[in-house]
Design a protein around this ligand. Structure first.
Ligand code: GDP
Ligand code: IMO
Ligand code: MG
Length: 422
């Protein structure tokens, strides 16, 4: 069975942990969108790993990990990431990691353009990760991006980086920022590329062969539904389709190859960066930060925290076609006395069960809450779903009812082993 693992909130739901857990029974793990704006944390046997471009299956031996065509690859960032993982004892060989020759390349100039645009937006900034994701996808859609296949052709690559640098330098000069030397930039990318070259291939037939042979393929989503360029809180989103459809266009695998979609969400809601967040709650944010939780894996930024939002999850289950939920961080709510779930938004006196498209309507959305009693017991030691406190099970059941999707997995701690099957 081939499964997509996708985020149902604003990213950081615990996708990496769920993918790592499911990799034990899978053969191939593939990423189809995003770039190193992602930060997926996996804790296995007491060691913490952070994956940004590498699929989370990389920690297991004997599995094939694929960076699909829809991912934007920063070669310099990827080489650094490979180095960090190798230093932690993870082997990253050419048979274990495959990179699509169709991936678009994130150049150093994309990162500068990302930062420059954010600075120019001032108060209206998106709060990007400054990894150059928006500008790189922009070039792809604008049809002047460079793909990995283009890097293989060094003369062509140098020529094109030259053109792109002239264009980017005009923009940077307008902002009064330092400009780029095309040669130095191309040299830097080409040097990084020597480490990546053995991994580059046409990944489409590899995935199709695995499918035809009945192997199990996991599609690892990055970011989350509310950061999706179409279905998220536009314009405070990322620049790719983070929802399940992106797994097809981003890998070359058709919808008919996929049987299941696991929607990952936290037992509460978090968000980093700017944009609307109706259920944000200062008390809950403080409580979780005091526990040392909810600081970003990539940037270290504290995440805003709020109550579980069934309006968002209903929408997420719908657009992703979620066949099951993985609810993580249930242990985060262990000691809270009374919990809230948002069941609708009151916008100008009208109750909405689905998120609005109008960006200004978000600012007027007042959450309608339902209260549930907490369980006030430690769940982190639970080893089976049946061990969970009655109130925790009731909370999960209510969530499942509101989304019309069964709970399939429950996370009660960051470790691989702290995953329960419902
Ligand atoms: P991703 O981007 O969706 O892979 O999620 P991140 O790794 O960015 O953020 C999820 C955070 O929650 C990380 O710090 C994980 O280690 C942690 N985490 C995941 N599942 C659980 C869980 O069930 N309980 C606890 N306590 N932490 C979890
Ligand atoms: P994972 O895969 C959480 C957010 C940024 C910003 C917006 C746009 O770890 O869940 P970008 O750099 O993509 O142009 O930033 O999207 N963002 C994420 N937030 N988790 C992520 O990835 C994110 N990737 C991007 O904070 O608000
Ligand atoms: Mg993350």
């Amino acid at each position: 069975m081939n499964t997509i693992v996708t985020g149902l909130q604003w990213g950081d739901e615990g996708k990496g942990k769920i993918v790592d857990y499911l990799t034990e029974t899978a053969d191939v793990v593939v990423r189809g969108q995003g770039g190193n704006n992602a930060g997926h944390t996996v804790i296995a046997k007491g060691t913490k790993y952070i994956l940004s471009l590498l699929p989370s299956g990389i920690l297991w031996d004997g599995k094939v990990n694929v960076i699909g065509n829809g991912v934007v690859v920063d070669p310099i960032g990827l080489v650094a990431e490979i180095g960090r993982l190798e230093a932690q004892g993870v082997s990253i060989t050419a048979d274990k990691l495959l990179i699509s020759d169709r991936c678009h390349v994130v150049l150093p100039l994309h990162k500068e353009l990302d930062a420059a645009r954010e600075a120019a937006l001032g108060d209206r900034k998106i709060g990007t990760t400054k990894r150059g994701i928006g500008p790189a996808y922009c070039d792809k859609i604008n049809r002047n991006g460079l793909r990995i296949a283009d890097v293989l052709d060094e003369a062509y690559f140098r020529e094109m980086v030259g053109y792109r640098t002239v264009e980017a330098n005009k923009v940077l000069a307008e902002y009064g920022l330092p400009t780029f030397d095309a040669k130095a930039q191309a040299d830097e990318v080409l040097t990084a590329f020597t480490r990546l070259r053995p991994h580059v291939t046409n990944t489409i037939p590899v995935l199709h062969k695995a499918w035809k042979e009945g192997k199990t393929i996991l599609f690892e989503g990055a970011q989350g539904t509310l950061l999706d360029i179409d279905f998220g809180t536009f314009p405070f989103v990322t620049s790719s389709n983070t929802t399940s459809g992106g797994s097809c266009t981003g890998t070359g695998m058709p919808p008919t190859a996929i049987q299941a979609v696991v929607g990952v969400c936290k037992a509460y809601t978090t968000r980093v960066g700017s944009g609307p967040f109706p259920t944000v709650d200062e008390g809950l944010s403080q409580y979780l930060h005091d526990l040392g939780r909810e600081f970003g894996a990539v940037t270290g930024r504290p995440r805003g925290c709020g109550w579980l939002d069934a309006v968002l999850l209903r929408h997420g289950c719908m657009v992703n076609g979620a066949t099951g939920l993985a609810v993580t961080n249930v242990d985060g709510l262990d000691q809270y006395e009374t919990l809230k779930i948002c069941t609708g938004y009151d916008i100008d006196g009208v109750i909405h069960e689905l998120p609005p498209a109008d960006r200004h309507a978000w600012d007027r959305a007042v959450p309608v809450y339902e209260e549930l009693p907490g369980w006030q017991q430690d769940t982190s030691g639970c080893t089976a779903f049946a061990d969970l406190p009655v109130n925790a099970k009731a909370y999960l059941q209510r969530l499942s009812d509101l989304c019309e999707t069964p709970v399939q997995f429950v996370g009660v701690g960051p470790d691989r082993a702290q995953t329960l099957v419902a």
